[in-house]
Design a protein around this ligand. Structure first.
Ligand code: ADP
Ligand code: ASP
Ligand code: MG
Length: 413
């Protein structure tokens, strides 16, 4: 029997009625002769509530205990979900990440999956049971509970789909697919029928919170068909897939904004071999995830270096560079915690010109100042003031006509 993985996000399981609705979806797939594996997130804002509880007792809680606490949110959901299915006459069994040996590294609060022992799941599927797995969590080699980072239940689902050889991984959420830009900010964004793994990877890592970045990576590496769709409506959502030829003709597929960002600039770093290596080795040791790096030589003796990161990494990053001031001898450190990054993404950028010009023009017209610019083969990103972030997203989305469906934006040049 074909296996299908269905993942339900927090809003889709927020209360008893929502869980019952989600259980009906699962039951209907099971009725169609599918072996169904369900992955669920914590209900509603439960994860935020648990974080607030922790911070009330300790402003700097030990990360191991944080994971221990946060993992309980999704465990509650899957056991309630299994009860709802049982009440409907379906045999269902729920597991924590640890119980199915979802093995991760030990990077608490942002762990990465190393392996999954799918035997236990297969055994129960073979007995025609619906298997429910608590999302967002795993266990390290010392049996400590770990979590995969905010939004990590998507990654649990896609990794399971890969490990189980599922025919499809359905991501049920509160939007009916992936849009050209966050529809909460750019209200007229167009829904996409298809998006390539590479574009979705860029969009997710640049702030499109609809999918966890690691989930898309798993999908790409293990060929998992991912279908992002609404838990409230029946209509088809967006398929994340490999490239199809029509995609190249669309210059910009989507725009994103990342708000919780910070930047550190080191002015007048001694311009000698090994300094950049020393700085980034220290940042890695502090487990700082660096986004973009910019360095320019300003004279034969000096260079300016800056890098961006998520705001939660700012303090450890600042400490890490201050610690090595004497070694690398920079003049001053410049910190910004009030920035956002707005980006445009599209595999069509590989073959089309004029994208940068159009993006910068749109920001200029909206009187938005650009702090810095970074590019890759399929994206352009600008750092702007955080309080202009939404306006910046709307300005670039309008400039690239992201309110129109992809087929109306295809260019042949
Ligand atoms: P879940 O709890 O189901 O995982 P999330 O809140 O993590 O849901 O993701 C869904 C949200 O992602 C949407 O409500 C939407 O505001 C946001 N989002 C951001 N960018 C996009 C985009 N490009 N397309 C669709 N939704 C987006
Ligand atoms: N519950 C976790 C969070 O809120 C994981 C998830 O929802 O995917 O981030
Ligand atoms: Mg999510």
């Amino acid at each position: 029997m074909a296996i299908i993985v269905q993942k339900f996000g927090g809003t889709s399981v927020a209360d008893a009625e929502k869980i019952r609705q989600a259980a009906k979806r699962v039951a209907s797939a099971a009725d169609k002769s599918h072996n169904v594996v369900v992955v669920a997130s914590a209900r509603g804002r439960q994860t935020d509530k648990l974080i607030a509880d922790a911070l009330e007792l300790n402003p700097n809680p030990p990360e191991r205990e944080m994971d221990q606490l946060l993992s309980t949110g999704e465990i509650q959901t899957v056991s309630l979900f299994a009860m709802a299915l049982a009440a409907m006459g379906y045999e269902a069994i729920s597991f924590t990440g640890g119980q199915i040996r979802m093995l991760t590294d030990s990077a608490h609060t942002k762990a990465r999956i190393k392996s999954i022992d799918s035997q236990r799941i297969h055994k129960h599927l073979a007995q025609n049971k619906i298997v429910l797995i608590a999302g967002f969590q795993g266990i390290d080699e010392n049996e400590n509970i770990t979590t995969l980072g905010r939004g990590g239940s998507d990654t649990t689902a896609v990794a399971l789909a890969a490990a189980l050889g599922a025919v499809e991984c359905e991501i049920y959420t509160d939007v009916d697919g992936i849009y050209t830009a966050d529809p909460r900010i750019f209200k007229t964004a167009a829904k996409m029928e298809l998006i390539s793994y590479d574009e979705m990877l860029e969009m997710a890592s640049l702030g499109a919170g609809v999918m966890h970045t690691r989930a898309v990576e798993f999908g790409k590496n293990y060929d998992v068909k991912i279908h992002v769709r609404s838990s409230m409506a029946e209509n088809k959502g967006t398929i994340i897939t490999h490239e199809v030829s029509q995609m190249e003709g669309v210059v910009v597929s989507g725009a994103t904004v990342q708000k919780d960002m910070a930047k550190i600039g080191l002015v007048g770093v001694d311009n000698k071999p090994g300094n950049a290596a020393r700085i980034f080795a220290n940042l890695a040791a502090a487990k700082v995830v660096v986004n973009d790096i910019m360095q320019t030589e300003v004279s034969a003796e000096k260079a300016n270096l800056s890098f961006t990161m998520g705001i939660s990494d700012l303090q450890p990053a600042k400490k890490a560079v201050e610690r090595i001031k004497a070694d690398i001898d920079y003049d001053k450190i410049f910190v910004r915690d009030d920035i956002a990054e707005v980006s445009v993404v599209g595999i069509g950028m590989r073959t089309h010109y004029g994208v940068a010009d159009r993006m910068f023009g749109a920001l200029a017209k909206a009187r938005i100042n650009i702090d810095s610019i970074t590019t890759s083969e399929i994206r352009i990103s600008c750092i702007v003031d955080k309080d202009q972030a939404d306006e910046a997203l709307r300005a670039v989305s309008t400039a690239f006509e992201l309110d129109k469906p992809a087929h109306e934006r295809i260019k042949n040049t």
